[in-house]
Design a protein around this ligand. Structure first.
Ligand SMILES: *Cc1c(COP(=O)(O)O)cnc(C)c1O
Length: 364
């Protein structure tokens, strides 16, 4: 069986460097925040072309603390994509605000700027743009809208480590950018980890306080904070993996191009790349009305696939209280029934796309 993702292969490739980095933390005697976290923050900010980086516990907290740092709370509305991973919505709910779903452009699966404009009300305080599957959202038109309305733009970049929009890295196009370093992401820790990058000193300062009990000085608390600090062992691991990120993203790109060639001409929709972006192919999601058959066909051929995501947030029990029934967000619902993620990672064989194409051809 060719697994959808083999995290062990990543560790095996970097084993000696990882062992040395972890040993360095063990030896340091510093196990909360400290120099390892500070070094990663400086290196990640530089990589992302952002002025500030604050390491936090995970991607959901990166989103939640960013919204709180922007002053968002009870009674506010935040626009979110209808077809994202539920964390994007949960961050809004955990601030006491209301997620307002907006449908994506079908070809890119990223939030539709025209529909954002129509969803803005007097209560709207922010938009969260998700760079889904590793392709940057349509940031220029979104920024034009958020600036004109005096609202904030938060980017959910949990799938976009190293991606570029108009030649500049994802990292500080919007007011703040939330990162997840969940192990399966393009830059993944060996456990939970996250970060916020921003050019805004006030947002960075607020997240820095919020992640550490609302404290700016030990035992002095200015805000109702959280405990969500990036772990120094994870920071050390991330510093090792960051050195390989561009090369590992390049391997993903090679696979994506090979999929494009191998699946060309089949009755499927392949992912479309917009102009002026450099995606990093966190996922390679095809679309088909015969999705379940295709998944079974690949399973029988020994190739693992996944669905991102089978149930959109508005149809989850957790969001029953919003009263958004089946049929209310047709694009998100259609995507949930049609998308299929093919295996793509730095450790998959570049010959795999040809095998996927050969297995799928008779089924289409
Ligand atoms: C992974 C992911 C998150 C959540 O990150 P965690 O570190 O698991 O909390 C948020 N948004 C998107 C789009 C993701 O893919």
């Amino acid at each position: 069986m060719i697994p959808f993702l083999n995290l062990r292969a990543q560790v095996d490739e970097l084993r000696a460097e990882l062992d040395a980095a972890i040993a360095r933390v063990l030896h340091s005697g510093v196990y909360i925040l400290g120099p390892e976290v500070e070094s990663f923050e400086a290196e990640w900010a530089a990589f992302c072309e952002a002025r500030h980086c604050v390491g936090v516990g995970n991607g959901l907290d990166a989103l939640t603390l960013s919204l709180l740092a922007m002053g968002i709370g009870e009674g506010d509305e935040v626009i979110v994509p209808s077809n994202t991973y539920i964390a994007t919505w949960l961050a809004v709910s955990h601030c006491g605000a209301k997620p307002i779903p907006v449908e994506p452009i079908e070809e890119t699966s990223n939030i539709d700027p025209e529909k954002i404009e129509r969803a803005i009300t007097s209560r709207t305080r922010a938009v969260i743009a998700v760079h889904l599957y590793g392709q940057p959202a349509h940031l220029a038109p979104i920024l034009e809208i958020t600036r004109r309305h005096g609202i904030r733009l938060l980017e959910d970049a949990a799938q976009a480590h190293g991606a570029r929009y108009q030649s500049r890295r994802i990292g500080a196009h919007g007011d703040a950018v939330a990162w997840s370093f969940y192990p399966g992401k393009n830059l993944g820790a060996l456990g939970d980890a996250g970060a916020v990058t921003t050019d805004d000193e006030q947002i960075a300062g607020a997240v820095r306080i919020l992640r550490n009990y609302g404290s700016h000085r030990k035992y002095v608390n200015s805000r109702l904070g959280f405990n969500s600090r990036l772990d120094p062992i994870q920071a050390a691991v991330l510093r090792v993996k960051l050195k390989h990120l561009d090369e590992w993203n390049q391997r993903r790109r090679v696979l994506a191009h090979a999929y494009g060639r191998a699946l060309d001409g089949l009755a499927l929709q392949l992912p479309e790349v917009i102009e002026n972006v450099e995606p990093v192919w966190h996922l390679y999601a095809i679309r088909s009305t015969k999705r379940d058959l295709l998944q079974q066909t690949l399973e029988r051929a020994g190739i693992g696939t996944l669905i991102h995501y089978p149930i959109p947030p508005h149809l989850q029990e957790a969001y029953a209280s919003l009263g958004l029934s089946n049929g209310s967000l047709p694009i998100a619902e259609r995507l949930a029934q049609q998308v299929l993620s093919l295996p793509i990672s730095p450790h998959h064989d570049p010959e795999l796309p040809a095998a996927v194409g050969a297995a799928l051809r008779p089924a289409l």
